[in-house]
Design a protein around this ligand. Sequence first.
Ligand code: PHE
Ligand code: CO
Length: 286
Amino acid sequence: MSEARTDYAIKQDWSAYSEEEHAIWRLLFERQQRLLAGRACREYLDGLEGLGVAAGGIPDFRRLSDILDRATGWRIVAVPGLVPDDVFFAYLAARRFPSTCFIRRRDQLDYLQEPDVFHDIYGHVPMLMNPVFADYMQAYGEGGLKALRLGHLAHLARLYWYTVEFGLIATPEGLRIYGSGILSSAGESVYCLEDPHPHRLRFDLRRVMRTQYHIDRYQETYFVIDDFGQLFAATRPDFAPIYHEIAILPDIPAEAVLPEDRGYAASRPGIRARKKEGPRVSTARV
Ligand code: PHE
Ligand code: CO
């Protein structure tokens, strides 16, 4: 007998992790801790500290959920892997974060295309300790259910990609990372801030929704917000008219820069990033 719908929830079975699996977590954790000082945003570092996600090994979701719940009312639900869009959005709308349980193998430390427990817990969960970001994620879940109904998921998915997964934030000390896809990646956490190649552009909702992305390499473009209040305010309006407005406009390639884009310079460690006037290059044909 098959159920019409399932929530995909499983048990984490924390006691079943091997010593090797905990050792891989510790390796990833210690490496990121060194890289993220001075690169991750304050909200992330505070969240990580508040959770007490120890370097000790793969955390027990129940323990984390109790701390997270007290801070912002979110809880972690264990799932086997990527879940269908409607299930994912319904979880977020209910302030439940679906997290994978498995950890990458030792020969995959630097690169993995699907989320694992290190990405989901170390990358995402600390941001959910921040009240504004926690509300943004819930609103995104509600917006996802609506985008599904309206047939505009591709546009909304780009917003998730360029904020939740690969977002940068401008602070008085320079650009900092808040995107989870970067926070859990050793290579990209340096590349996104310091490499001269990628564009770092001021966040603009419609621009983001029109921008394609690559899932198999470092990003060509990052979008920079000023603060989480700005992000939440920009995404508060009803997206239905915005979807209609951009439906007739062409997609923008991941590497394009438009005349109206405002760029940020790459940062060098210890050097304050400056806002640049106008685009660095203009390659767009859109
Ligand atoms: N305001 C959006 C809508 O009407 C919902 C949303 C909020 C989507 C925050 C993403 C992020 O669809
Ligand atoms: Co993710």
